[in-house]
Design a protein around this ligand. Structure first.
Ligand SMILES: C[S@@+](CC[C@H](N)C(=O)[O-])C[C@H]1O[C@@H](n2cnc3c(N)ncnc32)[C@H](O)[C@@H]1O
Length: 499
């Protein structure tokens, strides 16, 4: 009996151990499966891990880039000055961007104290009854993206110092004039917006190139014909430049202009001059002239990061701050002519879908003395003291197109400086422009001025020229580059004729 019992005991022991082992293995399997399914469910945690790692790496790289404080102090102690090299800011086409003003890192954080309430983006809803002071005009990039600000013909040609079309739209909808006038019409933002809203408009500018640009933006086209002409000139140009005749044909066109010879590679210049010769044979010559000018601007011997104010032609490869690599100055204008000709066609077509058959009058004149028809709203953004040379910024166009250069009549030109005398002259000349506006404004009419009035000049001008100030709206200007700190504000001044 005893032996039997012992036998059973011996038999059951390994069985139990086996069962226990199986049980533990099963639990382990289940646990593993559980973890696996958990991983599936919380995959993003894995992604987060990746992200955290990437951030750590980034921070490490950043630390390595910036010299530790101790090194700086050491260098100073040795009597050497530590100069941290900084790449120049890549400037954007907006004159208001060029102002620096004190404080805050609003741009870095993507907001400013002014962005307290949601930005106003429902432009169509503005009516004469809209209370302007209730609108938040502090648009950030997300509220009013570049694509919207440069819709259709608003990006037909670069222009330094434009105002935002949506700002014009709001005031045209609010005051709903029969005729709107812009004494400093520039690239024609006011005229284009007026056309889109079914309002007649008048634009005056002292710069011949700006008048050409305005005309092309607001003209009425036979779109099929325009397309035929654009495709035809491109075909002829490309054929001529790729055929064996190229050498003879293109290089046979000469220019006297020392400026053109200096600022363009001979190959680019030959292509531009050939296009200039061909464009004279078409009906829509002015459109082709704008294509030529835009292409010439891109084909100049400049660095990619300084297309606005290049001082010297760039003939050698250079380190490009915009693309963070070595770039070479272009030797080819054909790529730009092809691209911009088709882009221009698309943009004109896009505007034609919304434009109304209203009249547009363009005056190439000095706004101080221009003889004008009557209007009931003036809306404008004036030049600032000593900031931009409006003729000079399109010098290549004046040279290529043989336009009259009347820079001396420009108010506040950069070449006239910021001296007290320059400021006094500016004040008088701006006064003359608004006195002329006042003479032609219908009774009860309004004036809207978008300006950075840091010298509080405009209230005085209003009083002197027969207006009462109805409102001054402050607006934060979003600087798109994000490379310059400091907030910049501009104002929208609303005046009424002092009847
Ligand atoms: C700030 S820009 C206007 C830009 C315009 N709001 C736009 O969106 O394109 C100022 C314009 O005033 C023009 N200007 C300067 N002096 C002038 C004058 N005496 N008469 C007429 N226009 C003048 C310049 O040629 C320039 O185009």
């Amino acid at each position: 009996m005893k032996r039997v019992r012992a036998k059973t005991k011996q038999k059951s022991k390994p069985k139990k151990a086996k069962a226990k082992k199986a049980f533990v293995a099963k639990r382990k399997r289940e646990k593993r499966r559980g973890v696996r399914s958990l991983r599936g469910k919380y995959k993003h945690l894995d992604l987060m891990k990746g992200l955290v790692e990437a951030r750590k790496e980034e921070r490490k790289r950043e630390r390595e880039r910036i010299p530790p404080k101790s090194q700086k102090t050491k260098a100073r102690a040795n009597g050497r000055r530590v100069v941290r090299e900084e790449s120049p800011a890549y400037r954007v086409l907006h004159q208001h961007d060029l102002f620096e003003s004190e404080k805050s890192n609003g741009q870095k954080l993507g907001y400013s104290p002014a962005y307290g309430m949601p930005a106003f983006t429902s432009f169509r809803s503005v009516t004469p009854g809209t209370n302007l002071s209730s609108l938040n005009l502090n648009w950030r990039e997300v509220d009013l993206p570049e694509k919207e600000r440069t819709k259709h013909v608003h990006r037909l040609h670069p222009y330094l110092g434009k105002f935002i079309p949506q700002l014009v739209e709001i005031f045209l909808r609010k005051f709903r004039p029969k005729v709107a006038y812009d004494p400093f019409a520039g690239s024609g933002t006011t005229l284009v917006e007026a056309k889109a809203l079914g309002i007649d408009s008048i634009g005056c500018d002292v710069s011949a190139f700006n008048c050409l640009l305005m005309k092309v933006k607001t003209d009425v086209y036979d779109l099929r014909k325009l397309e035929r002409e654009i495709r035809d000139i491109l075909e002829r140009l490309n054929k001529a430049l790729t055929s064996s005749l190229f050498g003879e044909k293109a290089s046979s066109i000469e220019t006297e202009s020392a400026y053109l010879k200096r600022w363009f590679h001979p190959n680019s210049l030959a292509e531009l001059l050939l296009f200039r010769e061909l464009l004279q044979e078409y009906e829509y010559t002015d459109v082709l002239k704008v294509v030529l000018s835009r292409s010439a601007r891109s084909a100049r011997l400049t660095t990619h990061f300084d297309l606005d104010f290049p001082k010297h032609p760039q003939t050698e490869p250079y380190y490009c701050y915009k693309h963070a690599r070595t770039c070479e100055p272009t030797q080819d204008a054909l790529q730009f002519l092809n691209r911009y000709a088709l882009d221009t066609l698309d943009r004109i077509k896009e505007l034609s879908r919304v434009a109304r058959p209203n009249k547009t009058l363009i005056l190439h004149d000095d706004a101080r003395f221009a003889r004008l028809p009557k209007f009931d709203l003036a809306i404008t953004s004036p030049p600032y003291v000593g900031l931009i040379d409006y003729h000079e910024q399109h010098r290549y166009a004046y040279e290529l197109l043989g336009l009259p250069f009347q820079a001396e009549q420009e108010i506040g030109a950069a070449s006239k400086g910021h001296s007290i005398k320059a400021k006094k002259n500016y004040c008088n000349e701006i006064g003359e422009v608004f006195a002329n506006v006042r003479r032609h404004l219908k009774p009860g009419g309004h004036v809207v001025i978008v300006v950075n009035d840091k010298n509080d000049l405009y209230d005085y001008v209003a009083q002197q020229t027969g207006f009462v100030v109805e409102q001054r709206l402050k607006r934060h200007v979003n600087r798109r580059t994000g490379r310059r700190s400091g907030d910049f504000f501009e104002e929208v001044l609303i005046w009424k004729a002092n009847d």
